[in-house]
Design a binder for this molecule. Structure first.
Ligand code: ADP
Length: 252
């Protein structure tokens, strides 16, 4: 099977400009990273602050290009894509979920979720149908016309997940998706992401500094100082997702 995304010997260096007195400094944020995400896989990439997670996420999202090495999306090297092809890749094949939700504050949940379909050129009637279906899939069928301020943090993140999935991407990238939520709500969002990964077959990559969040993924990769450590370090025992729900917590 062709991987959804594959990194081959990827490095990313940032060159900080030389000042009048200082010489240029090169920061080696990624120092030779290779791994592949198969269709439908669920992978967590975990590491401490400064380890290169954001840099890697930008590359996996085709938002940035590597200094050396290659990134392939469904077998195509990003280096060979022109700007239009890159924009199409980002808009149709990759969905993003961020720590800060990144919703438009003045528009409804429905309009937020339909927005990527506007960019994709989908006609109005179909946009609405697909946005409603995506909101129903994340359990927000009764919140279509609520604006973000009228929703809880967990609900806002569900809207963001629906927006990421409405284009039916092959790859869902989640950057610290629970970072702005309390533990119980964070576990609900992780359970939702896991269910969507299982039910819709979208490959899921969760980037996190939280080893407990990472432990929920069947495959875990650690990143440290710009290098990957694929499965060599045992994570803490997985917290059982199905036992972490609020219903059971309050019942018990
Ligand atoms: P993480 O997301 O794990 O906190 P980052 O990918 O943001 O790590 O950063 C990895 C390293 O690269 C850090 O040393 C950071 O300071 C450096 N870095 C990240 N972005 C830039 C940038 N735009 N310019 C210079 N250095 C950067």
């Amino acid at each position: 099977m062709t991987p959804v995304v594959e990194a081959v010997d990827v490095t990313r260096e940032y060159v900080l400009g030389a000042g009048r007195k200082a010489a240029a400094v090169t920061v080696r944020a990624l120092r030779g990273v290779s791994f592949a995400v198969e269709p439908g896989e669920f992978v967590a990439i975990a590491g401490p602050s400064g380890s290169g997670k954001s840099t890697l996420l930008h590359l996996l999202g085709a938002l940035d290009r590597p200094t050396a090495g290659s990134l392939r999306f469904s077998g195509r090297d990003v280096a060979d894509l022109d700007d239009v092809e890159l924009a199409t890749l980002r808009n149709r094949e990759i969905g993003f979920v961020f720590q800060q939700f990144q919703l438009l504050t003045r528009t409804s949940a429905l309009a937020n979720v339909a927005l990527p379909l506007v960019y994709a050129g989908v006609r109005r009637g179909e946009r609405r149908e697909r946005a409603v279906a995506a909101l129903e899939a994340v359990g927000l069928g009764s919140r279509l016309n609520h604006r973000p301020a009228q929703l809880s943090g967990g609900e806002q993140q569900r809207v963001a997940v629906a927006r990421a999935l409405v284009t039916r991407p092959r790859l869902l990238l989640a950057d610290e998706p629970t970072g702005n939520l309390d533990t119980t709500t964070g576990a609900e969002i992780m359970r939702l992401l896991r269910d969507l990964n299982r039910d819709f077959g979208v490959a899921l990559v969760v980037i996190t500094h939280d080893t407990e969040v990472a432990a929920l993924a069947p495959r875990r990769i650690r990143i440290r100082d710009g290098l990957l450590d694929d499965g060599a370090v045992a994570p803490p025992a997985p917290r059982a997702l199905d036992d972490a729900g609020p219903a059971r917590a309050s019942a018990g």
